[in-house]
Design a protein around this ligand. Structure first.
Ligand code: AMP
Length: 220
């Protein structure tokens, strides 16, 4: 199954992608995670991307498309993938279409997480992530068993640099300006399926699973 998760920052795409990719045995491809890894490792890409990310701006299309195309060539995507946070511009959408044609593959669906601004802000401000394995928590909605420690690997939980109030506001503006048009882009290809990102994690997961069953993408 080949999926794109689309929606504003804080819509819950990453959390659902983490859970569903594990259940379905498919790859979770998060451009945000790949870019943060590059920033951490201080690669040429990371050095270039860091400023954009800290300001809540998008990293230039060419840089991001390059890492996605490389990632899609790896063996573990053969069983399928969830693209989380890519594409984020029409240009990236077109690049993905071309990359899929080159791989002689097709997307099965684009899941749009329709989410209120209040939910996005509450989610991002309370979000904490594991410094080591990247697992996602929330101070209120999804707390770890021990405060400040990851359930999976016991490492420290931290707040992402771009989850501060000012940068969050900018990321939402950037989403409206650059990413929202992809909704119509994928509607035209009849790939768009809409779910509510305002629901809690368990409820939304149930709704997504039922939708995939109805669409014949997974067996009931
Ligand atoms: P995310 O983890 O998806 O919220 O992404 C964090 C940051 O990484 C974004 O605010 C952008 O600066 C950058 N980023 C992630 N994915 C993309 C993308 N597809 N295009 C451009 N920038 C991206």
């Amino acid at each position: 199954m080949r999926l794109v998760f689309l929606g504003p920052p804080g819509a819950g795409k990453g959390t659902q992608a983490e859970v569903l990719s594990r259940d379905l045995g498919i790859a979770h491809i998060s451009t945000g995670d790949m870019l943060r890894e590059a920033v951490g490792a201080k690669t040429a890409l990371g050095v270039e991307a860091k400023g954009y990310m800290n300001r809540g701006e998008l990293v230039p299309d060419k840089l991001v498309a390059g890492i996605v195309e490389e990632r899609l060539k790896r063996d573990d995507v053969k069983k399928g993938f969830i693209l989380d946070g890519f594409p984020r511009t029409i240009e990236q959408g077109k690049m993905l279409k071309q990359a899929m044609e080159r791989l002689k593959a097709r997307l099965d669906a684009v899941l749009y997480f329709e989410t209120s601004e209040a939910t996005c802000i509450a989610r991002l401000s309370g979000r904490r992530v594991c410094k080591k394995c990247g697992a996602i928590y929330h101070l209120k909605n999804r707390p770890s068993k021990t405060a400040g420690k990851c359930d999976a690997c016991d490492s420290e939980l931290v707040q992402r640099k771009d989850d501060n109030e000012e940068t969050v506001k900018n990321r939402l503006v950037v989403y409206d300006r650059e990413t929202k048009d992809l909704i119509d882009f994928y509607k035209r290809d009849d790939l768009l399926r809409t779910v509510s990102g305002d629901l809690d994690v368990g409820e939304l997961k149930g709704i997504i699973t039922a939708l995939f069953e109805r669409e014949g993408l997974i067996r009931a």
